[in-house]
Design a protein around this ligand. Structure first.
Ligand SMILES: [Ca+2]
Length: 446
């Protein structure tokens, strides 16, 4: 196996300072926000430029560093920039009042905001949302213009229930972010997923689909719709499906047949458009009948003991997303019955890129996560901050001189055990050894 961690350590950033030769003999200090950081590889001056191991800087700033093998790239992800908070809540309220459509009528008690770099320029945008009531809210994005002022580039009448700025989907050079909005009214409740992005300061929506919809508006015509989607980064395709069922008078109990539709979308450079040919001919052949009955799962996690394929859709021979490694604990998002077989829509721990981490597996290929399974878990285990770790690849190279304290709680896969030590494969291809007794295993509920 390739020493992936070595690539990370050797990935460096250039500090735009022409270092003086006079300092070359004494070690170069790395100070982040006033605190000295001691990286495993000391900063060095090479050709008059100061080179610093990037992991140490990025993690000190609260970001995750990932080694993306497919793209041959180092990815640094941060949901927020802890040092970059250029505006206070009051200042953001003022900007919203000045530029928003509704001026003084915003409910600022429900305001939350973040600074996110949604595109590829140097500036961080402000994303803000106001939770007004169950179905009411506002969503804003402000972009920094050339004079340094924040300018409103979109305002949506959206009640944003959930936003994820940490795991963008990259397509055609755009970073797509997922938002979940909630709309409805008396007797109607709808959750929609939106994939949005910024391009040249324009706010664009690449796709929108239903995640959940319940209608108890018209007597005798109650229904529930449950949907989801899956993204195929390699094929630049989006698979979406929706199941509708009628409900009894109690507005909860399903009755009658379930109707499921699946659609394939292709990215046309701006948005996802339904690929009618593929959908009609290919999917119709692939999924002659995909009647999914949704069941409320009685558990939140399941244990996968043997290697398993994570599939795009809940049927045998569906496209494979990735492999699930043995002894992995998976998060259960959904449970459906397809042709008398139970399928789970799960999230699996990943260590390469935060993509294609959701998919379908059969419930019968998993077992309940019980107390006796706790110590069998290989993915994920946690190593607590302050634990001594040894950042070497070979067990034989471990020495007390190399011991260093782990800087933050780290999750990873327990890949190998040797003489009381364990090798942990952490996100970003980062490998280190730790004494086995310091491994924190997940706890079973039962
Ligand atoms: Ca930006």
């Amino acid at each position: 196996m390739k020493k992936k961690w070595a690539s990370i350590v050797s990935a460096v950033i250039l500090v735009g300072i022409l270092a003086s030769v006079a300092f070359a003999d004494s070690p170069i200090k790395l100070i982040v926000n006033g605190q000295e950081i001691k990286p495993d590889v000391a900063p060095q001056i090479i050709n008059g430029r100061t080179m610093i191991p990037i992991r140490w800087v990025a993690e000190a700033l609260g970001a995750d560093v990932l080694w993306d093998e497919h793209a041959n790239a180092v990815r640094i992800n941060s949901s927020q920039c802890p040092i970059y908070k250029p505006l206070s809540k009051e200042q953001i309220e003022t900007i919203i009042q000045t530029q928003g459509k509704h001026k003084d009528s915003y409910y600022f008690d429900g305001l939350s905001y973040d600074f996110v770099n949604m595109d590829d320029d140097a500036d961080w945008e402000i994303v803000a949302k106001i939770d007004g009531a169950v179905h009411l809210g506002n969503f804003f994005i402000f972009d920094k213009d050339s004079s340094g002022d924040y300018k409103l580039i979109t305002e949506q009448e959206w009640k944003v229930e959930e936003w994820d700025f940490r795991n963008p989907i990259e397509i055609d050079g755009n970073k797509l972010f997922k938002l979940v909005t909630r709309t409805g009214g008396t007797g109607l409740d709808i959750f929609n997923a939106h994939l949005v992005y910024l391009k040249e300061s324009n706010f664009l929506e690449a796709w929108q689909g239903t995640l959940f919809e319940r209608s108890v508006m018209l007597s005798g015509a109650y229904y529930k719709k449950v949907g989801s989607y899956q993204f195929d980064a390699e094929g630049e395709r989006l698979y979406a499906w929706e199941t509708t069922c009628q409900l009894e008078r109690d507005g909860l109990t399903p009755k009658g047949e379930f109707k499921t539709t699946a659609t394939v979308y292709l990215f046309d450079g701006q948005k996802f458009i339904a690929d009618k040919v593929t959908t009609k001919e290919k999917i119709a052949d692939e999924i002659p009948y995909l009647g999914m009955r949704h069941i409320e799962p009685e558990y939140q996690v399941r244990f996968v003991e043997n290697e398993l394929d994570l599939l795009f859709l809940p049927y045998d021979n569906a496209r494979v997303q990735r492999k699930i490694m043995p002894n992995t604990l998976v998060q259960v998002n959904d449970l459906v019955e397809v042709e008398n077989e139970c399928w789970l829509y799960v999230t699996v721990p990943v260590y390469d890129t935060p993509m294609n981490m959701k998919g379908w597996i059969k419930e019968s290929d998993t077992v309940p996560f019980t107390k006796d399974k706790e110590r069998k878990v290989q993915s994920d285990v946690t190593i607590k901050a302050g634990t001594l770790i040894y950042e070497v690849w070979n067990f034989a190279d471990i020495s007390e001189d190399l011991a260093q304290e782990l800087r933050s709680d780290t999750r990873g896969r327990l890949s190998e055990k040797r003489e009381g030590f364990a090798r942990i494969s952490a996100p970003g291809g980062w490998e280190f050894w730790v004494k086995e007794k310091y491994i924190v295993f997940p706890k079973a509920q039962q």
